[in-house]
Each structure stands twice: as structure tokens, then as C-alpha cells.
Design a protein around this ligand. Structure first.
Ligand SMILES: Nc1ncnc2c1ncn2[C@@H]1O[C@H](COP(=O)(O)OP(=O)(O)OP(=O)(O)O)[C@@H](O)[C@H]1O
Ligand SMILES: [Mg+2]
Length: 263
């Protein structure tokens, strides 16, 4: 299959307010796409709508993943198809340990069906081995596995926990929503290495970010600028550098003036 994700003229509203106003994006296996754009332009809305968050009403357009109409699937089914979202603001779940949470989501997404059609959970010892391996990769202290999910985690620890979940679920399309925000310099490198270790010709990444810096570590094939619910300009990695220099205002102005972003 040549396309991981194909988004055509997607329109999404929240509380009757149209936020995404015709989004187009083609993502192929093995590609890394960065989405940048000012606050409120609809980046997280895109991520949530793709994941199937019920508050995000799809008003029009299509989303295809491996030839399947994603918009007809429940959030669980989308995850089973191999779609994963790293949240911009991960929530705490008191009372559930991180290890339990991760094992439950692993079984739900990756569990193999037994002869009775029910999913066979992964043996606990086997999962634990996998988990510790991945935690090691992300240089996370083992004690995190026993802690309640995200409760009292620092901002950077939450982001690392999200990436840990991603490395376990091995998605086909991973969307990272500002995973770099709040990470210290070492954590940014470690998290980026975790992402890079997962790069493969079968997997695609969509990296939502405000800062060019993470793109020094996770090298994008394409950079898109989102503005007012649409992608208004796409280019290569150099676009992120241009953005850093010129800022959104100038780029938006040059697009509205001559219709091609001044390229
Ligand atoms: N529940 C909601 N009710 C009303 N408006 C909302 C709701 N959620 C999001 N919006 C609006 O949708 C717009 C897009 O928000 P979104 O979170 O997608 O922006 P973003 O590009 O991710 O911004 P940021 O860079 O700040 O994360 C914003 O104007 C926001 O206020
Ligand atoms: Mg956002």
C-alpha cells in the first residue's frame, strides 16, 4: 500500500465552530512530516479528529488509512489499525499504575486473537521484559512502572511516558503533538533517539511542533505550515528554518500577496 494516511479536504468543528477548513495531507510509509503553525491554527484539532475524539465533529472530507475509511472507525479500531497519538497534554489516571495501563493498551491494540476469537493477553512476564527494555531505551527509572499513570509526573516525564507507550505499540502512523515542549535538552535528545529508533520504511510520523530544534534530531521529509485550519504552505526541512527567521506573519503575508509563499 503506497499511502499511510490520506487526508482530503477535512473539515472539523468543535461546539459548532469550524476549526479545520479543508485540510489536505498525504503521508506515505517511511515519511516524517512536521506540522508547524501559530497557536490556535488547528494542529491539535487535526490530531484529535484523526484519533476519533468524540468532541470533534467531522463536517466534511475524507481520511483514508491503508485503503480503509478511518472516519468510519471507532477510536479503538483506529488504534488497532496502527494509528497512535502522543497527546500535547497527557492526563493523569490516579489509581492505575503505568505498567498496568501500558499492558492493557498493549493487549487491546497488539493482542493476538486466539481460536475463540478473543484476544489473548500477553503473559505478564513477557510484557514486563518488553516494558523494561523500552524504559531502558528511554532512560526511564524502573520505579515509573509502579507509579500511577502521569500522577505527579513532571511535564517532561509525561512526554516520555507517551513515547514509551508509542514504542510499545509500534504504530504505523504516529502523531506527536508538541512532544518536545517541556523537555529539557537531554530529554529531547533521548526522546528523539527513541523516535528515530522506530523509523522504518513501514512507519510514518507526523511531528507537530513550534520549534525547529526537534527537527535537528528527527529529520522531516516535509514541513507544513498550518494556518486558520488549513495547510497553507508545504516544503522541505528548509521551511522550518525560514519560519524561524521570518515568523508566521511575514510568510502568511507573502502567501496572500502572491499566492505561492514567495518561493
Ligand atoms: N472545546 C473547544 N471549544 C471551543 N473551541 C475550541 C475547543 N477546542 C479547541 N478550540 C479552538 O480551536 C482552535 C484550534 O485549536 P487547536 O488546539 O487545534 O490549536 P493548535 O494549533 O493545536 O494550537 P497550539 O499551538 O496552541 O497547541 C482554537 O481557536 C481553540 O480555541
Ligand atoms: Mg495544540
Amino acid at each position: 500500500m503506497s499511502t499511510s494516511l490520506s487526508i482530503k479536504d477535512l473539515q472539523v468543528s468543535i461546539d459548532d465552530k469550524l476549526i479545520l477548513k479543508g485540510l489536505n495531507l498525504e503521508v506515505k510509509p517511511g515519511e516524517v512530516h512536521a506540522i508547524m503553525g501559530p497557536n490556535g491554527s488547528g494542529k491539535s484539532t487535526t490530531a484529535y479528529a484523526l484519533a476519533g475524539h468524540p468532541a470533534y465533529e467531522v463536517e466534511g472530507g475524507e481520511v483514508w488509512m491503508d485503503g480503509v475509511n478511518l472516519l468510519e472507525l471507532s477510536p479503538d479500531e483506529r488504534a488497532q489499525m496502527g494509528l497512535f497519538l502522543c497527546f500535547q497534554y497527557p492526563t493523569a489516571i490516579p489509581g492505575i499504575s503505568m505498567a498496568n495501563f501500558l499492558r492493557t493498551s498493549y493487549n487491546a491494540v497488539k493482542g493476538e486473537e486466539g481460536e475463540d476469537g478473543k484476544k489473548k493477553p500477553i503473559p505478564i512476564a513477557e510484557f514486563r521484559k518488553k516494558l523494561l527494555e523500552k524504559m531502558d531505551l528511554l532512560k526511564m527509572d524502573k520505579s515509573f512502572a509502579r507509579r500511577y499513570l502521569n500522577e505527579g509526573f513532571s511535564g517532561g516525564e509525561k512526554k516520555r511516558a507517551e513515547i514509551l507507550q508509542m514504542t510499545l505499540l509500534e504504530p504505523k502512523v504516529a502523531i506527536l503533538d508538541e512532544t518536545d515542549s517541556g523537555l529539557d535538552i537531554d530529554a529531547l535528545r533521548i526522546v528523539s533517539e527513541g523516535v528515530n529508533s522506530m523509523l522504518s520504511s513501514e512507519r510514518a510520523f507526523i511531528v507537530i511542533t513550534h520549534y525547529q530544534r526537534i527537527l535537528d534530531y528527527i529529520k522531516p521529509d516535509y514541513v507544513h505550515i498550518m494556518y486558520d485550519g488549513q495547510i497553507i504552505l508545504s516544503g522541505g526541512p528548509e521551511l522550518a528554518l525560514r519560519l524561524e527567521e521570518e515568523g508566521y506573519d511575514n510568510i502568511v503575508k507573502s502567501i496572500t500577496q502572491n499566492g505561492n509563499g514567495g518561493n
